[in-house]
Design a protein around this ligand. Structure first.
Ligand SMILES: NC(=O)c1ccc[n+]([C@@H]2O[C@H](COP(=O)([O-])OP(=O)(O)OC[C@H]3O[C@@H](n4cnc5c(N)ncnc54)[C@H](O)[C@@H]3O)[C@@H](O)[C@H]2O)c1
Ligand SMILES: N[C@H](CO)Cc1c[nH]c[nH+]1
Ligand SMILES: [Zn+2]
Length: 437
């Protein structure tokens, strides 16, 4: 963990190193991924089965790629009722928030008499990638599937690898709660290829979403254009801003909650209180002595964690905007003044009681959020990822007379004569009609 203070002479350089310290860790997998995509495109199910046997150590025939209704039912029956109830709380709240996001269509007639508008329609088919093994988060199944459902996507296909044939039953329970029943036991770049190009068993989709390892992320990059994709998820991040009234252990636990995701995760505390900074550093070490995932959390905190002491909230706000964190917690007596100033963050958690983990599971907004400073230009997953806009224009004779001549002039200036004629011929016809009348 690094200790920084905005008053130190080399602060800017130290802060820049902190922002960069996770770059360059991604393995180059573009060539093997291109080979897998080409093989699935050419050989379909046969290649899917071969890669599944090789990478997930699970021999499978094409007729067994899809997880059956009976298997889904059997898995759900193994989930304890209290967990099913918790899943239901989460799903209900996620659905309600995403329903509130749904945009309205637009239609009006402007001063020139032109009928104008914009209509939202859902994607036909969406592919949801769920990472396999112990990395699978049932909560992420809900976060990816619920907005697609709420947006009105007609078909939702899910791919999840089952290494050695094993799958967390709660993943299937989450899928069923989100209304996803088309589920395939296939993972990695081959799953992304199947969803993008289609095979005899898996029909192609229009957009592939969901997190995954470097192979999955690279496959999404390579199929982009053929299908849409969501953003490429990087390792998790949190910035916690705390004041002297905040319990140091609570701050430490929130920093570790992010650190335990991944050794590349980054947890940063910003505070004006140097004493709180010391106590939080001690509390993190104390918690690491008992935390089950201490190996991951300790590695993340040791290599990428930081505590930054600032003079005032102005400094805090400008550092936060420079970091553009995935998550921002304002553990302050009054979070509103800083909340009003910050512009770049994936999701903001207001007040000392609101743990980021509330947002991971049951808050309602999506936990699939922009990482690696992309919150400067990107947003978390939402219904907008599963909707597209179509604009429309209607112009009768009066409207054409008013705006048509400008179109003719611009078309001629661009040397596009058919464009110009397609409008001027209509203008001539309108003129003839009005002469007749
Ligand atoms: N941001 C989030 O919300 C979130 C949630 C869960 C997991 N994750 C991330 O997802 C990732 C999960 O990784 P994972 O590997 O456990 O599961 P995964 O499902 O992403 O990848 C497993 C697949 O990788 C492929 N693969 C493995 N080795 C390969 C090789 N040598 N060549 C070609 N393909 C190979 C296999 O096809 C295998 O099925 C982690 O990086 C984790 O941090 C992110
Ligand atoms: N914090 C993670 C990235 O936003 C999401 C998650 C899933 N489960 C627990 N946490
Ligand atoms: Zn989390």
């Amino acid at each position: 963990m690094k200790r920084l203070d905005t008053a130190q002479p080399d602060f800017r350089a130290a802060f820049a190193r902190l922002l960069d310290d996770r770059e360059g860790d991604t393995a180059r997998v573009d060539a093997p991924v291109a080979e897998i995509l080409a093989a699935v495109r050419a050989r379909g199910d046969e290649a899917l089965c071969a890669y599944t046997a090789r990478f997930d150590r699970m021999p499978v025939t094409p007729d067994r790629l899809r997880i059956t209704e009976a298997e889904i039912e059997a898995a759900c029956a193994r989930v304890p009722p209290d967990l099913l109830a918790a899943l239901d709380v989460a799903a209900t709240r996620i659905e309600a928030f995403h329903r509130a996001q749904m945009p309205a269509d637009l239609r009006y007639t402007d001063a020139d008499g032109v009928d104008l508008g914009m209509r939202w329609t859902a994607l036909d088919a969406v592919g949801l990638y769920v990472p396999g093994g112990t990395a699978a988060y049932p909560s992420s199944v809900l976060m990816n599937a619920m907005p697609a459902r709420v947006a009105g996507a007609a078909r939702l296909a899910m791919c999840v690898p089952t290494p050695d044939g094993v799958l967390n039953p709660l993943v299937l329970a989450a899928a069923r709660r989100a209304g996803v029943t088309e589920i395939y036991r296939v993972g990695g770049a081959q799953a992304v290829a199947a969803m993008a190009y289609g095979t005899a068993t898996i029909r192609p989709v229009d957009r592939v979403v969901g997190p995954g390892n470097a192979y999955v992320a690279e496959a999404k990059r390579q199929v982009f254009g053929r299908v849409g994709i969501d953003s490429i998820a990087g390792p998790s991040e949190v910035v916690v801003v705390a004041d002297s009234g905040t319990d140091p252990r609570i701050v430490a636990l929130d920093l570790l909650a992010q650190a335990e995701h991944d050794a590349l995760a980054q947890s940063i505390l910003i505070t004006q209180d140097a004493t709180l900074a010391d106590r939080v550093a001690e509390a993190v070490e104390a918690e690491l002595r008992t935390l089950p995932r201490a190996a991951i959390a300790g590695a993340s905190w040791g290599a990428h964690g930081a505590i930054i002491t600032v003079r005032d909230l102005d400094e805090a706000a400008s550092l936060i905007d420079a970091i553009a964190p995935e998550h921002l917690e304002l553990l302050l007596a009054d979070p509103e003044p800083l909340f009003a100033r910050v512009r770049h963050a994936g999701a903001i958690f207001l007040g000392r009681q609101c743990a980021e983990a509330i947002g991971d599971y049951v808050g309602g907004p999506n936990h699939v959020l922009p990482t690696s400073r992309t919150a400067r230009f990107a947003s978390g997953l939402s219904v907008f990822d599963f909707l597209k806009r179509t604009t429309f224009i209607g112009a009768g004779p009066d409207a054409l007379r008013r705006i048509g001549p400008a179109a003719v002039a611009l078309a001629r200036a661009e040397g596009l004569d058919a464009h110009a004629l397609s409008v001027s011929a209509r203008l001539d016809a309108v003129a003839r009609e009005s002469d007749k009348a």
